[in-house]
Design a protein around this ligand. Sequence first.
Ligand SMILES: NC(=O)CC[C@H](N)C(=O)O
Length: 378
Amino acid sequence: MPIPALLALEDGSVFHGYAVGATGETVGEVVFNTAMTGYQEILTDPSYAKQIVTLTYPHIGNTGVNVEDEESASVHAAGLIVRDVPRRASNWRSTESLPDYLKRHGIVALAGIDTRRLTRILRDKGALNGCIVAGEQIDVEAALAKARAFPGLNGMDLAKEVSVGESYTWNEGVYDLDRTAFNQPARRFKVVAYDYGVKYNILRLLAEQGCDITVVPAQTPAADVLAMKPDGVFLSNGPGDPAACDYAVEATKQFLDAKIPLFGICLGHQIMGLALGAKTLKMKFGHHGANHPVKDLDDGRVLITSQNHGFAVDPATLPANVRVTHTSLFDGSLQGFALTDRPAFCFQGHPEASPGPHEMSYLFDRFAALMKEARTHG
Ligand SMILES: NC(=O)CC[C@H](N)C(=O)O
């Protein structure tokens, strides 16, 4: 017999199902993600800290889990909700089933509920705080009270919580063309990457551009980074409210003043906006998926992108020296901008994909080009 589990939402909704991960309880903001694949990358994306992810694709776990698809050193999502987990995982790379993996990481997960109904609630009301409880004895009222007691992500600074404790250099090689071996690429640029919750594939794509990467903790002062004389600084993705990361905003102001090549992704994009004096706002239910159309305003192309954010930069608050480069074709929200008087640009979605399409990867070429240009003319 499966172990009972339920989801209680702050609006009073209760969904009864069964446990497919650890027993116990977890609280967080409940969001939905529409990606059809990539559950392991989603679970290990540090940007999901304090969020319970429900996947709208109904069969999750079909291909098991493997060591290559980890996007960080641990699972960061606060919990997982799915419609159904297959009884058996099948894939040549699979080393473990999803339920075993969730149990091993202590992640509470719920299956067997109507995820379509849950998603409609989240779309109508916006992301809601929730509590999953998994175990033989469940007190529904206590679960509802825990959902309501969760303070929500507004004002929550989580980047420094998930960041690395000490600096390190990213030494993983780069796949050769037939993807059979890792080679050490020629290092053309020295890049310092701020870890606000960085995903491995960002570091891999930077390495592919020939970057010699030093990853630094979220609260590293800008002066320490500038003393390393990097060719460029990268601001990573990460969880929580960007407006709460005052240390990151302060450091970014100094990088902008120093006119150092700067590239930000997701939380990094929001931090760059804040450093320029713009405002961020909480979206209704955010963007979480792997098929979000985004328009590149420079050439009119539409790119299918990977997305995961619940906050956004308000474009009306951007200063005059900013050029909007990308907008969402789902809701018109700001997706990317570049400075007109500095070698700095950023993107709200996930050009590194993992999971998702690779259509935005040209932004990594753009960062390399900016660093090359700055070296020639700087
Ligand atoms: N993926 C991210 O970097 C997310 C940024 C931020 N935590 C948000 O929810 O908008």
